[in-house]
Structures are given as structure tokens and as C-alpha cells.
Design a protein around this ligand. Structure first.
Ligand code: AMP
Length: 301
């Protein structure tokens, strides 16, 4: 396993692999790795001849008062895990080398950065889009792998990759969960034992909401309200709970297309996010049925 901190060395290494004919996969992470991250690495290893993982806690995506300083770190363990997964290179630049003196270029991805986490973490997606664009420029990957757990991040990165003609394929991998449903996250480390015991309620509430769409509920407001009610009976303090169109994260009144149900909530001092996607059954469910004409299609009066 090769570890590089220098961008120029990373660029050279990547160019060498490309010239040797390898398809290059990039897995950007902030470290403190878990099975979610490793699922991205495995996917890259399966699809690419050369896999680069980056470990960088990106200060630009944290705002003042967030958990940048206390974000969990364990680079030695991360290296061991990445080595055992057969990663070719780990790129771990220093923050001061990434954001050099005078750095003044930022990428704002207007549409998908609005709403959801974007409403509560000002500047977050600008930090994400900027670091991912920089990594794309350094590594020049063919493909980059991201997790569905951060659905809005995926939408922002996809839009950026497309709008800036990066030519990088964005692959979104399914959310990896604990057996009790809790989505793996580096921040789960912060949960106390009672908080950890309460945490599966988040995904349980999302599944229930998905179930009601599958059963025919079509009102995005009703879905969100039921989700809030359900979580009100748990220790979670909701930041947002919404059902939006999966394709573009736009709010809708009536659910017609594939829908992303997304939640951010605090458990004690820890902010967790999770989401689920669901396709409403074709032809509408019982809710839609009620407003249809009588079965024969004829009116009786
Ligand atoms: P992070 O280190 O939190 O920035 O995450 C790095 C990448 O791993 C992002 O693309 C995340 O979406 C992805 N990821 C984080 N948690 C999970 C998970 N539970 N399942 C799948 N991917 C994940």
C-alpha cells in the first residue's frame, strides 16, 4: 500500500497507472473507516484496475461550531483496513497543502445544494463540491464512488461532475447498515450506550414512511408529518424530515415518482442523517383509488 501526501506525486502515480491501461477508481473519505466505506472500496476494486482512496477531513465542509476538531480519526487503523482491501494508493494530503495561502476558488452547485442539509449547514456543499473537484483534478479518476447514505452529497457531486465536464462517472453505492438498521457512520462513535440503543428508531421510522407510500399515501406533507410524529416518541430531535423527488430533490405536493425520504436528527450532541428511496406503486394505491370514478367508469346520477 502506497501512501501519498503530495498532490504532484499523486498525479504522477495516477498518470502512470492510466498509461499502463488501468481504469482508475477513486473513493473519497474522511477516514475513521467502517464497512460502508469499505463497500465503496470493494466496488472500485471490482470495477477498476487501480483504486485510490483519499483520507482527508475537509475543513471547508464544516462550519464554525460543527465537529471538525473532534471528528474521529484513526489513520493507522484506516491504513490497515485499506491495505487489507487491496487499495493501490491512499492519498492523505495536509489541509494547508490543499487550501494553500490565497485559495479563493469555490464551487457552488446551486440546485441540489438547496434544502435538506443545505438549509442547516451553510457552506457545507460548497466545501464538498470544491474538495471533490480538486480530488478529481489531482487524481483524474475514471470513476468515483459515493454512498447513498449521503444522498444530497451524491446529487451535488453528480451535478458538479456533469456541469464541469469532468468526464468522471459517479457511482452511488447502497447504504450499509448495522443488523438493527442503523446506517454506519463515523459519527456513530459519539453515541453513548443508551443513545446507540435508541438509534435504530431513525431507520425504523423511514421504513414505516416508505411503507405508507407503498400502501398508497401520496401526500408528501402527510408522510413528513407521520415521520415527525413517529420520531417525537423517541429521543431524536428532528432537524428536518422530508419526502422529496429522488431525481432532483425537489419538493412535491403529490408523490408520483421515485421519492427520497430523508431525515436529519440529533441524538444527544450527535447529528445523524439517513434516508430511504421508494417508488410509489404504479397506478396509485388505495389513496388514489378513492378519488377515481366508480369501477364501471359510469356515473350513477
Ligand atoms: P465520509 O468519510 O463520511 O465522508 O464518507 C465517505 C464516503 O463513504 C461517502 O461517499 C459516504 O456517502 C460513504 N458512506 C458513509 N457511510 C456509508 C454507509 N453506511 N454506507 C455506504 N456508504 C457510506
Amino acid at each position: 500500500l502506497k501512501t501519498l501526501t503530495d498532490s504532484a506525486a499523486m498525479r504522477r502515480e495516477s498518470r502512470r497507472a492510466r498509461e499502463a491501461g488501468a481504469r482508475i477508481g477513486l473513493v473519497p473519505t474522511m477516514g475513521y473507516l467502517h464497512e460502508g466505506h469499505l463497500s465503496l472500496v470493494r466496488r472500485s476494486r471490482a470495477e477498476c484496475g487501480f483504486t485510490i482512496a483519499s483520507l482527508f477531513v475537509n475543513p471547508a465542509q464544516f462550519s464554525a461550531g460543527e465537529d471538525l476538531e473532534r471528528y474521529p480519526r484513526n489513520p493507522e487503523r484506516d491504513m490497515r483496513l485499506l491495505a487489507s482491501e487491496g487499495v493501490d494508493v491512499v492519498f492523505t494530503p495536509e489541509a494547508r497543502a490543499v487550501y494553500r495561502e490565497g485559495h479563493s476558488t469555490w464551487i457552488d452547485v446551486e440546485g441540489p445544494s438547496a434544502g435538506l442539509c443545505g438549509s442547516f449547514r451553510p457552506g457545507h456543499f460548497r466545501g464538498v463540491a470544491t474538495i471533490v473537484a480538486k480530488l478529481f483534478n489531482i487524481v483524474r479518476p475514471d470513476v468515483a464512488y459515493f454512498g447513498q447514505k449521503d444522498a444530497q452529497q451524491c446529487a451535488v457531486v453528480r451535478r458538479m461532475a456533469e456541469d464541469l465536464d469532468t468526464g468522471v462517472d459517479i457511482v452511488v453505492c447502497p447504504t450499509v447498515r448495522e443488523p438493527d438498521g442503523l446506517a454506519l457512520s463515523s459519527r456513530n462513535f459519539f453515541l453513548s450506550a443508551p443513545e446507540r440503543a435508541a438509534a435504530p428508531a431513525l431507520y425504523a421510522a423511514l421504513r414505516e414512511a416508505a411503507g405508507s407510500i407503498e400502501a398508497g399515501e401520496r401526500s408528501a406533507k402527510a408522510i413528513a408529518a407521520a415521520l415527525r410524529d413517529r420520531l417525537a416518541a423517541t429521543p431524536f430531535r428532528i432537524q428536518y424530515a422530508e419526502a422529496v423527488r429522488a431525481r432532483d430533490l425537489q419538493s412535491v405536493e403529490t408523490i408520483e415518482d421515485e421519492t427520497l425520504i430523508a431525515v436529519a436528527a440529533h441524538l444527544g450532541a450527535t447529528r445523524l442523517i439517513d434516508n430511504i428511496t421508494v417508488r410509489p406503486p404504479a397506478g396509485g394505491g388505495p389513496g388514489a383509488h378513492r378519488s377515481r370514478p366508480t369501477e364501471s367508469g359510469k356515473r350513477t346520477n
